[in-house]
Write a protein that binds this ligand. Sequence first.
Ligand SMILES: [Zn+2]
Length: 61
Amino acid sequence: MPKRNLRIVKRVRNVPVIGVCEQCNTQFFGDPTQGNAQSAIQGQFNAHKCEKKVAETSARA
Ligand SMILES: [Zn+2]
């Protein structure tokens, strides 16, 4: 299983506010006013499960 990676895509005053999972593109949001945005995003990232992408062409009822 490939190792998933958290990428910070947006920062406010050097504080990460939006992170995205490079594996499944799920986004995680931190609150820059709380002072723990980094750990909040990291915590959401650690807790989420990557979902396999469903191919656009696959038949769905
Ligand atoms: Zn993921």
